[in-house]
Design a protein around this ligand. Structure first.
Ligand code: SF4
Length: 264
């Protein structure tokens, strides 16, 4: 099956949730403010795609003052992000895949700047930068995207960098950027983690297909508190367990956080 970083994140969060949303395609409603934010994020992605293809952006930028402000912040870095042809190759909504253990792992990068000796993978986040950047560094997206590029190109791990741009909703807030440089050790750790997850997934899939056995439910009951399937899973108002209070592992500390930059 095709698996994205989002699918792997769900699988880590709760295998049963993966069963419901990825395998069975049960819809989770997106309403109100979160729907509006998703729309704005989608418009911004479209705007950046048009900019990278040198197509007109005015009609989209005019629909919301935040969109225009975010676009102007990115465009101020145009020498780096939109280099002349011949200096670098750029692409938006850039797809990389890797076949692994019977699955196709897919990454859709918001934007890439590929030079002969280095690669930037950019991601536009239309929300504020997280207070704890370590969580983002440990995310499947930060781990998987460099791996997909390494496996499908001649770039060595230490020439690849993930750059997250965060755009906040308030007029005063300026975009911020987080940069994570990859390394051979990080790529090796990601490969091991991916192999472990897919080994488990293949076992659960086999049982599901052969006998109809459901995927296991998360042991972290805190996850159920905000889950749309709490009733179906009989996890409504379940007491917290000690494991809910344990800190997350730090297996990805080896991925260097290069810098935290606040643009003027
Ligand atoms: S309610 Fe809990 S166990 Fe059920 S799918 Fe959601 S997170 Fe998983």
């Amino acid at each position: 099956m095709k698996l994205s970083q989002g699918n792997l994140t769900i699988l880590d969060s709760c295998p049963r949730l993966f069963q419901h949303t990825v395998l069975e395609q049960l819809a989770v409603p997106q309403l109100g403010e979160s729907w509006e934010k998703m729309q704005l994020g989608s418009q911004f992605h479209q705007l950046m795609q048009q900019r990278s293809q040198q197509l007109p952006i005015e009609a989209i930028a005019a629909t919301d003052p935040d969109l225009r402000r975010w676009f102007e912040a990115v465009d101020a870095q145009s020498a780096d992000l939109f280099p002349d042809a011949g200096e670098a190759w750029t692409d938006s909504e850039h797809v990389r895949t890797m076949d692994w253990m019977g699955h196709t792992i897919v990454g859709v990068y918001d934007y890439v700047v590929l030079r002969s000796d280095s690669a930037q993978i950019l991601d536009w986040k239309t929300h504020a930068k997280p207070l704890d950047s370590r969580q983002l560094r440990q995310s499947w997206q930060s781990r998987l995207y460099p791996l997909l590029l390494v496996s499908s190109s001649n770039y060595s791990p230490d020439t690849i960098e993930m750059r997250y741009w965060f755009f906040q909703g308030s007029d005063e807030a300026q975009p911020q950027m987080l940069r994570f440089k990859s390394s051979a050790a990080a790529i090796a750790e990601t490969t091991t983690a991916l192999t472990q997850r897919l080994t488990a997934l293949n076992l659960w899939l086999k049982a599901y297909e052969l006998t109809g056995e459901s995927f296991p439910q998360t042991e972290t009951r805190q996850t159920c508190a905000t889950c749309s399937f709490a009733v179906r899973c009989d996890r409504v108002n379940t007491p917290l367990m000690e494991s809910d209070l344990m800190p997350l592992g730090t297996a990805w500390d080896s991925i260097a956080e290069v810098a935290l930059t606040k643009f003027p």
